[in-house]
Design a binder for this molecule. Structure first.
Ligand code: 13P
Ligand code: SF4
Length: 306
């Protein structure tokens, strides 16, 4: 059997030989981040998706992320690292529900979290990510916002955009919703000097107690820049690992040991190796009409988010 190091060296060699770009979401394990061409949050990955010069892109993440790459770069071969890696939130609402809501609220702009299917995006006005949502909603030429599918992120955006009127529909990330106010009380009692940094996919009552709320990249850069020495991290627990690795002089505690996204972790280093060898991964194929409909939404996000 190969060691981790040998496998990483092989991945680096093969991806160069086959002109493959590896994109990794920040929730992936450190050994995958080491071999990636680019690591980031959903917004940064979308920007990279449009720019990557290679002819093949391997997305180590979940399905909507690989679809975003394909939407922006139809000429490229796009692989999702594991065909079962979906985001449960992305599947929570279907197109018909959105069409009904649009009929009920015709003067509202439909803002879709990027964690949605391509088909759903075809009936929305603009996409947002956790890091771009507030900025984009502020810039949007409408004061009436129908925010789907994450009502927790929607609630957070609403608190930051008090001049706009929001309609939220109940949907959200099952992983982030595992963290409760009780977890916050317990963690703060154990680590009274620590700052609480959370992802806005958390329940509003949890986010309200945070010292900072932001995307995975936002949380990491906040912790790195801060003068504080201890942090309670309210997002997927791989971020606790990455921060502990990058900042050995600071202490990082998970808000809950249960905040693990099993879909993200279907991908491991061996999966990446098998993908670059051509023995694993699913090639993303999109219907051209759906691709163009979804692209309008993502292009609008990239334009307003810049
Ligand atoms: P960001 O990487 O944009 O913070 O999103 C987190 C997430 O849950 C992705 O599915
Ligand atoms: Fe989806 Fe939540 Fe996993 Fe992110 S952490 S991919 S939102 S289930």
């Amino acid at each position: 059997a190969m060691t981790v190091r040998e496998m990483q060296d092989e991945i680096l060699r093969i991806k160069k030989e086959k002109d493959i770009c590896i994109l990794a979401h920040a929730y992936q394990r450190q050994d995958i981040l080491d071999v990636a061409d680019f690591v980031g949050d959903s917004f940064a990955l979308s920007q990279m998706a449009a720019k990557a010069p290679q002819s093949t892109v391997l997305m180590c993440g979940v399905r909507f992320m690989a679809e975003t790459v394909k939407i922006l770069s139809p000429q490229k071969k796009v692989l999702l690292s594991d065909s079962n890696a979906g985001c449960p939130m992305a599947e929570q609402m279907d197109k018909d529900l959105i069409l009904q809501l649009k009929e009920m609220y015709p003067d509202y702009k439909v803002v879709a979290y990027i964690n949605t299917t391509s088909e759903l995006k075809t009936v929305c006005d603009v996409c947002v990510t956790s890091s771009s949502a507030v900025k984009i909603v502020k810039k949007l030429d409408s004061d009436k916002i129908l925010f789907i599918p994450d009502c927790n992120l929607g609630d957070y955006v609403q608190t930051q955009c008090p001049d706009k009127t929001f309609k939220l529909v109940s949907g959200g990330c099952p992983t982030h919703l595992r963290m409760t106010v009780k977890d916050v009380e317990k963690a703060k009692a154990q680590h009274p000097d620590a700052l609480l940094l959370v992802h806005p996919e958390c329940a509003p009552a949890v986010t309200a107690l945070a010292d900072y709320a932001g995307s995975t990249t936002g949380i990491m850069s906040y912790a790195k820049k801060s003068d504080a020495k201890e942090f309670i991290i309210g997002t997927e627990n791989s971020i606790v690992e990455h921060l502990s690795f990058d900042e050995p002089d600071k202490k990082f505690y998970p808000l809950s040991k249960d905040c693990v996204c099993h879909n993200m972790h279907l991908t491991n280093l061996a999966t990446v190796y098998n993908c670059v060898c051509g023995n694993a991964g699913e090639e993303i194929v999109l219907d051209e009409e759906i691709r163009l409909g979804a692209k309008r939404c993502i292009d609008e996000m990239l334009r307003l988010g810049d």
